[in-house]
Write a protein that binds this ligand. Structure first.
Ligand code: ADP
Ligand code: MG
Length: 641
């Protein structure tokens, strides 16, 4: 997606005719959750969650691989008990992570995970090795298909906004973007989950002022502090932990139950791992059910196990464990207390980063299934000394906010929203001695750009290599390695003579782009970026080619159509901006814009391939960028007056 479409002046776009539903372009909002995924779309001005074939809004993020079919959602979830090794759940916890990073994770108890190319983990399934990106793409593909089916008579789908935890780093975001591409989804934008929730509340309740979003889901904890004013959503700070959530409560409660029943002697993860996969799975499922029961109006819940009926105690067969017991709410609260304490510590530092006191918070929004736990609500209410907002279903609110943003990007909305999100972790370069030199600080508003000059240290040097890292620590080895990149094609000169200007740009999706310019001749230098954990072009193409479905759907035509749609929206917006005489383009800009515009119009009229339209779109974006930025700044000034 081009940058121009992300920029809309508050309150300036005109409402499209919502009654002409038949050829409406819909924007999908997708919450790709660890445990559940949800898809929503704006119909008649209001976000609406779509139901799957079974009439359910909440789709388990589970993929089951059998010999020749791939199941997703409820059907896949049902296979977990029967065929756990091929029923993959919570894959979001692994997406964009390296094999070694996930080594000490419970996943290896259930799945056969090995190290694939580029240090990425891969699951051995009945259909061969599958990476977290491929598994996630199955979920996205499933969601896209049922949305298409559901909306086919009412119009077409222009693209989707997919949400990610605010705390996701570049590699994780890139991985989600890759999954969207594999699922043949035109990704309008990645949006931070808490920001999406804030958008949904703001439109529903007309909330304004300073707002905290506390999102505790199955696998991740996310916090964002935002300021909302007249259609401008400015994120002040974010924080979180990508490995903290309801799954941890389940795992600890499972250990507690197993210990209480005498199934394991020592209350630890290692002891639990000695049980069979089916037994572990049952303990986890029962723990989860018990946890959810305790959120209702009861203080004690009964636990019953079946997989242990024959006394399958691997440690001591003579001493049969009993198979049922009860767990009180207080027992459960003691188990989760350290996790909730940690979330409050993270919240305190996010407030500090935002420069906001507890008392200045106007509203607290709760998101995620785990905020249904009464103890969690209580702790938050105590922390802020006010009751949190939870009137929109915490399971659905993120997808609804994403749908609103997708509707804006599809060009359907009058009340435009200007989103100013932030980058969650600093980006830096490795310098001498393994130090991290930060180029873009965390919590900077995005899109953001930083430039840096580099020179050669050897005579005749024609290439330079760099290592990009993400994180707050001083030493590179304590940060996350994102990518290595090489500048090639420099003019050979004596040492220290060359001047290369490298630009790091984080786009509105929170993704990093690197470009470089050789000062001596003003030419763009070639930049080769090798992501440390991501997929490279080759892997990517291979998977795309292997996907028989792409051939079936004649993806070329599809891609052209989607690009045409992008191009038309861009043109419409540009025409509108040019018609507004209060902030005109300069004569020079005007000429460049006109030329790029004609080229784009032509490429839409006589399309040959999607790349050509894409190039023309980029041409227009580049020609109009300064002009549009000026307009945006004006609009922003006006809106905050
Ligand atoms: P994610 O976005 O990470 O997929 P969700 O927001 O869907 O997560 O939340 C899922 C988590 O919420 C799971 O751990 C689930 O057990 C938990 N959960 C759902 N309902 C309840 C409930 N009533 N009480 C406690 N936990 C719940
Ligand atoms: Mg969620």
């Amino acid at each position: 997606m081009n940058a121009l479409l992300q920029i809309q002046e508050p309150g300036s776009a005109e409402q499209q005719d919502n009654n002409s539903q038949a050829n409406k372009t819909y924007g999908l909002g997708i919450d790709l959750g660890t445990t559940h995924s949800i898809i929503a779309v704006v119909c008649k001005g209001e976000p609406e969650v779509l139901c799957d074939e079974e009439g359910k809004q909440v789709i388990p993020s589970v993929v089951h691989y059998s010999d020749n079919t791939t199941l997703v959602g409820h059907e896949a979830a049902a296979m977990r008990a029967v065929d756990p090794a091929n029923s993959i759940f919570s894959v979001k916890r692994l997406i964009g992570r390296s094999h070694e990073e996930i080594a000490d994770n419970n996943f290896s108890n259930i799945y056969d995970i090995s190290q694939g190319e580029n240090n990425l983990p891969q699951f051995a399934t009945r259909q061969g090795n599958k990476s977290p990106v491929e598994i996630s793409s199955e979920i996205l593909k499933y969601l896209r298909k049922f949305a298409e089916k559901r909306l086919q008579e009412q119009g077409n789908i222009g693209g989707a906004v997919i949400t990610v935890p605010a705390y996701f780093d570049d590699a994780q975001r890139q991985a989600v973007k890759d999954a969207a591409l594999l699922a043949d989804i035109n990704l309008y934008r990645l949006m931070n989950e808490p920001t999406a929730a804030a958008v949904a509340y703001a439109l529903d309740k007309n909330t304004s002022g300073t707002l905290v979003v506390y999102d505790l889901g199955g696998g991740t904890f996310d916090i964002s502090i935002l300021r909302l004013e007249k259609g401008v959503f400015r994120v002040l700070a974010t924080g979180g932990n990508t490995a903290l959530g309801g799954d941890d409560f389940d795992a600890d409660l499972a250990i507690h139950i197993a210990t209480k029943l005498g199934i394991i002697k020592e209350s630890s993860n290692q002891a639990l791992e000695k049980l069979s996969k089916k037994q572990q799975q049952e303990l986890l499922t029962v723990a989860r059910q018990t946890k959810e029961k305790l959120s209702a109006d009861i203080t004690e819940a009964e636990v019953k196990l079946t997989q242990f009926a024959q006394g399958k105690n691997p440690e001591d067969k003579s001493n049969l464990p009993s198979h049922s017991c009860s767990i009180t709410r207080i027992e459960f609260e003691e188990i989760i207390q350290p996790y909730i304490d940690e979330s409050l510590t993270i919240m305190t530092s996010a407030l500090k980063d935002a420069g906001v006191q507890n008392a200045e918070i106007d509203n607290v929004v709760l998101v995620g299934g785990s905020t249904r736990i009464p103890y969690v609500k209580q702790q938050i209410a105590d922390f802020f000394k006010r009751e949190p907002l939870c009137s929109i279903d915490p399971d659905l609110v993120v997808a609804m906010g994403a749908a609103i943003q997708a509707d804006v990007l599809a060009g359907n909305r009058k009340d435009s929203i200007l989103l100013l999100d932030v980058i969650p972790l600093s980006l830096g370069l490795e310098t001498m001695g393994g130090l991290n030199e930060k180029l873009i600080r965390r919590n900077s508003s995005i899109p953001v750009e930083a430039t840096h000059d580099f020179t050669t240290y050897k005579d005749g040097q024609t290439a330079m290599s760099f290592h990009i890292v993400q994180g707050e620590r001083e030493l590179v080895r304590d940060c996350r390695s994102l990518a290595h990149f090489t500048l090639r094609g420099l003019l050979p000169q004596s040492a220290g003579k060359a001047r290369v200007k490298v630009t790091f740009r984080v786009d509105a999706d929170g993704l990093l782009n690197v470009s470089a310019q050789d000062h001596s001749d003003g030419k763009m230098t070639e930049v080769d970026v090798h992501p440390t954990y991501g997929m490279n072009e080759q892997d990517f193409r291979k998977i795309l080619e292997e996907s028989a479905e792409m051939a079936e759907e004649d993806s070329k035509i599809r891609k052209i159509k989607l690009k045409e749609e992008d191009g038309k929206q861009l043109l419409a917006m540009l025409v509108k901006a040019l018609a507004d005489e209060s902030i005109p383009p300069t004569a020079e800009e005007s000429a460049a814009i006109e030329m790029a515009k004609n080229k784009l119009e032509e490429s839409i009229e006589n399309p040959t391939n999607a790349e050509e339209i894409d190039q023309a779109i980029n041409g227009v974006s580049a020609a109009a960028e300064a002009f549009i930025n000026r307009r945006m700044q004006e609009a922003f000034k006006n809106s905050t007056k």
